[in-house]
Ligand binder design. Sequence first.
Ligand code: PAF
Length: 282
Amino acid sequence: MEIFKKISDMQAWSRDQRKAGKRIGLVPTMGYLHEGHLSLVRKAKADCDAVIVSIFVNPLQFGVGEDYEEYPRDLTRDCGLLEKEGVEAVFAPSVREMYPAGYSTTVEVSGDITARLCGASRPGHFRGVTTVVSKLFNICLPDIAYFGQKDAQQAMVLEKMVRELNFPLKIVRCPIVREADGLALSSRNVYLNEEERKSALVLSRSLALAREMIEKGETGVASVRGAMIEFIQSTPHTDIDYVEILNGEDLSDLAEIKGKVLIALAVRVGRTRLIDNLLLEV
Ligand code: PAF
């Protein structure tokens, strides 16, 4: 497995793969890999001839007071896991390599799709994501890029960016990977203490509650959202950032629960902000 730290080396390798007629799969990550990331890697390995995993904790997508400094990092462990998966290349640049002194170019998708949900509580977050992912696309030259459905809004924003900026690649979304008890895998789960880990189940359980209400015929956005909020508020160590039920195509408001529906929530459990979601066709 090749490990590249320099943009020019990564780009030259990707060009060679393309010249050799290989189909490149890219799995962008911020490292501290878990089974969720590895599920993306396995899908990329199944679809492509050469798989690149990028590992870069992107400062541009963290706001002031967020966890950029403490975000878990372990490149040696990550590379060990990726070697076992048969990944062809890892791209792990430094911050200075990606954003040299004087760097000032950003890429932004505007509208509801970035203004709502995580975009409302983390201003500038999606600009950071679309900027770094555009750079990764230009450096790694993928045919297909893989993203997890856990970050549903991120996947929607990136799909829109690829469409509107005509990036010559396809985005594949992969399903959320969960612990046996339902907690969605996240690198941030390591921040949770034992008590908070128990409370964190409220995210997947409130989504299960919503699904049950909808399956029984409930179509009112306010009643399902209200039941979720009440359930979360009865759980210790939790503080709701948002609970929303929106159009799953473009994050616009819904008059009733019908069609493609995204139920998404972000909850602070102790000091850890966790997200989860459910995409339904009703
Ligand atoms: O989902 C993530 O880990 C990050 O937002 C991404 C896509 C790697 C961009 O930094």
